[in-house]
Design a protein around this ligand. Structure first.
Ligand code: FRU
Length: 514
């Protein structure tokens, strides 16, 4: 019974400890924080929700390469299984990426390059091609001649270099187009605004401004408006479909055109999982892209609104599903708790049972040891001995009190045993009778027996009867009823009960074991 209970409790605790184990932890090191990054992070999260046990850890370096190095190192230290990283700049972040890679962590570099070869996969759109396409488009829009301003992305970040090179390459075909100035916009609206505001050269006659992203184009536009000059055409890259995104800015004629720079967080996460699951993946994944102008901006917005509506529905569905999952979790917790309580109750019952058994045994042992198994020496002529003892007591006045007390105790017990055994078979005998036989009062008898044996005279009498009965069952052929009557029980059924309480087995079983 004990074994079964222990196994049950073990199984219960194992079940309780079983949790939905996390499978993969993926670190995402973003170089910046802006709507493009927000959009991508949201896509990563949505995609992660479709896969069991994927945890994403995000860090944003806020356009600071030193900060990104620290963040990558601490992501690695935190025990990520894979790193997705958009390096702020081509060279400066590479040592941290290399460290992660050297520790055996797969690395997906996306959208911005590293100058090292230590990465598992590279996912990006073609920034050179985007710059080239924008150059060609701008040249066409301004009729193949005119003055152009360029607002660069952050120095040292690969998309800025690639977009610039592609742009210049395209304009080489148009010798009558002059790039009047290339200002530094560092990917932010504020930097572009400031750069144009503070630019000392002439901007009044410009035909086009190419910002390396939509935000820098919009920042430059703000500065042009403030400087009160005629507005040229503005171009950017990113083409996000949301409220402040490039597609709406094209539709609203703030920008003449933009180029979609795909975020594709979903694809990034799928690539990450393919790598982690050991499935085939592309080492270099080039994302396709497209130009957005007033011809297609509306259609794209309609489509993206529809997609947004659907993903909103999906979101709600997912929320519902996770609500159900939570309910399931709660129910599971309640079941485990209930099983725990039941197991605890069973344990308490078992412990109580064991305690009770041991108490009975201890009591029995104590009684037996204290009295019937006591080495009393020669118990005959107790009176005589008692007298002798009394004499010795008075003669040897310098002996200690303890042995004397012990001796007188032994004598008392021996006498009590004699008296009890003499009246054992008498079912009518009372404590008063026993006390009278010992020439002491009932109260005195109770006190002395209790102090020596820890039991009352009645208990002692019952134990003596049961011991005798046990012996008779082993040594005679008498029936259980005969034995019961012989040892002073007036009802055999009561005898059986007391016997079971005392020895833990039935009288019949005592005989069987012989
Ligand atoms: C977002 C962003 C985009 C730009 C890209 C270049 O952080 O600045 O606007 O196209 O990064 O890496």
């Amino acid at each position: 019974m004990k074994k079964a209970l222990y196994s049950f409790i073990c199984i219960l605790f194992l079940t309780a400890c079983q949790t939905n184990e996390k499978k993969y932890c993926i670190g995402v090191s973003q170089c910046s924080e802006d709507i493009w990054r927000d959009w991508q992070n949201a896509e990563l999260k949505i995609e992660a929700n479709f896969h069991e046990g994927v945890e994403l850890r995000f860090a944003s370096a806020l356009d600071d390469s030193r900060r990104q190095i620290q963040q990558i190192d601490s992501l690695v230290e935190s025990g990520i299984d894979l790193l997705i990283v958009a390096p702020n700049q081509l060279q400066s972040v590479s040592p941290a990426i290399d460290r992660a890679y050297d520790r055996g962590i797969p690395v997906i570099v996306f959208e911005r390059k590293t100058d090292s070869q230590k990465f598992t996969a590279f996912v990006s759109a073609d920034n050179y091609e985007m710059g080239r396409q924008m150059g060609k488009y701008i040249a066409k829009r301004i009729g193949g001649e005119g003055k152009v301003m360029e607002i660069m992305g952050l120095k040292g970040s690969s998309p800025a270099d690639d977009r610039h090179n592609g742009f210049i390459k395209a304009l080489q075909e148009y010798p009558q187009i002059e790039v009047v100035i290339t200002l530094q916009g560092d990917w932010t609206e504020e930097m572009a605004y400031k750069a144009v505001k503070e630019y000392k050269g002439e901007i009044a006659g410009l035909d086009a401004v190419f910002g390396h992203n939509d935000r820098t184009a919009i920042g430059a536009r703000r500065a042009f408006i403030e400087r009160g000059v005629p507005l040229p055409l503005f171009y950017g890259i990113d083409g996000l479909p949301d409220e402040d995104g490039g597609i709406r800015q094209v539709r609203d004629s703030l920008l003449d055109a933009t180029y979609i720079y795909p975020t594709r967080g979903d694809l990034l996460l799928q690539t990450a999982l393919d790598i982690l699951d050991g499935k085939p993946f592309k080492k270099e994944l080039m994302l396709t892209s497209a130009l957005v102008n007033s011809d297609n901006a509306n259609v794209l917005l309609l489509e993206s609104d529809e997609v947004l509506r659907q993903s909103h529905k999906l979101d709600m569905l997912q929320q519902k599903a996770s609500g159900y999952l939570q309910q399931l979790d709660t129910q599971r917790a309640i079941t485990v708790l209930a099983c725990g309580v039941i197991a605890l109750l069973l344990l308490v019952i078992l412990l109580f049972y064991l305690y009770h058994r041991s108490k009975v045994n201890i009591r029995r042992e104590r009684v037996v040891n204290n009295l019937w198994n006591m080495d009393l020496g020669n118990t005959e002529s107790t009176e005589k001995k008692e007298n002798t003892e009394e004499n010795t007591d008075t003669e040897n006045t310098d002996t200690s009190e303890e042995p004397l007390a012990e001796t007188s105790q032994s004598l008392f017990v021996a006498r009590f045993k004699e008296v009890v055994e003499a009246r054992l078979s008498d079912s009518e005998v009372t404590v008063d009778d026993l006390a009278a036989s010992m020439n002491i009062s009932r109260v005195q008898l109770y006190r002395r027996v209790k102090s020596v044996t820890g039991c009352s005279p009645v208990e002692m009498l019952r134990t003596a009867r049961l011991n005798r009965a046990h012996q008779m069952l082993l040594t005679t052929d008498k029936t259980i009823s005969e034995v019961a009557y012989d040892v002073g029980f007036s009802a055999p059924s009561y005898f059986t009960k007391c016997f079971k309480d005392e020895f833990g087995f039935l009288p019949g079983e005592a005989r069987k074991s012989v």
